[in-house]
Ligand binder design. Sequence first.
Ligand SMILES: C[S@@+](CC[C@H](N)C(=O)[O-])C[C@H]1O[C@@H](n2cnc3c(N)ncnc32)[C@H](O)[C@@H]1O
Length: 287
Amino acid sequence: MRTVEYIIRWGDCLEILKEYKDDSFDLIVTSPPYADSRAKTYGGVAPDEYVDWFIPRSRHFLRVLKPTGTFILNIKEKVVNGERHTYVIDLIKELRKQGWLWTEEFVWHKKNCHPGKWPNRFRDAWERCLQFNKTKKFNMYQESVMVPMGDWAKTRLKHLGKNDVIRFNSKVGSGFGKNISNWIGRKMAYPSNVLHLATETSNRNHSAAFPKALPEWFIKLFTKEGDWVLDPFAGCGTTCEAAKELQRNSVGIEIMKEYVEIAMKKAPALERFLLEERGTYEETEKK
Ligand SMILES: C[S@@+](CC[C@H](N)C(=O)[O-])C[C@H]1O[C@@H](n2cnc3c(N)ncnc32)[C@H](O)[C@@H]1O
């Protein structure tokens, strides 16, 4: 088994990322504060100021990401005065101006959400995972996230129409085509862009931690063993933990010391020793 680096840094990602060279990371997976939704736990930024706060940080994300890399942003707009605020939509537009390609949007469906009702809406059971890239030629290892064929095949493949047995080009002019009959006899299929994952906050020591399966899925899809993963809003280190288990190197940056300490405990003693030798944690603490 190869030794991978597990580096947790304490501070504002805006400052810490200045120390990193251009094109250092293969993947950035992160869940920043959702504006000021958790103001009491770890502060936050007012929705109207969110884009201005985020953009200087994402400038560094763009710089430190390799041209073949991917940036996954897990985020959701909060409700303000009875309406969904538009900071996520505004942010997407500003990120495109900054030079990012908005390649895809995945939906994280929180499948264990309990029912709820407010006067004008129901329980919010999904979040966005926005995919941004620097170029159209990014690394993607689609075979690593294949899923069992599922029940759709039993009925769909029994009743094939004439367009199902030829390569049928998309009518929207996307250049994509499909031949449904290619799936006959196969055991595994490609997944959709909806991820059905349960939340698991109560056992991760962070009120807004995402389930480990979330970064895990993107790490498998966009990196290979030995690659470098960054989480600039690392919380209790879920992304780095997933990266370590998948044999990827990782850097997590977190501003709250209590979360840094939780994340540090996830590193085996030897790795923690190496970390202190290199001074990454101790030095930042002295500043
Ligand atoms: C939504 S939580 C991330 C939780 C994380 N995904 C996990 O599983 O634990 C956002 C985190 O960003 C941290 N944070 C806020 N501003 C930051 C900044 N400027 N630099 C680094 N971390 C920051 C917060 O303290 C919080 O822990």
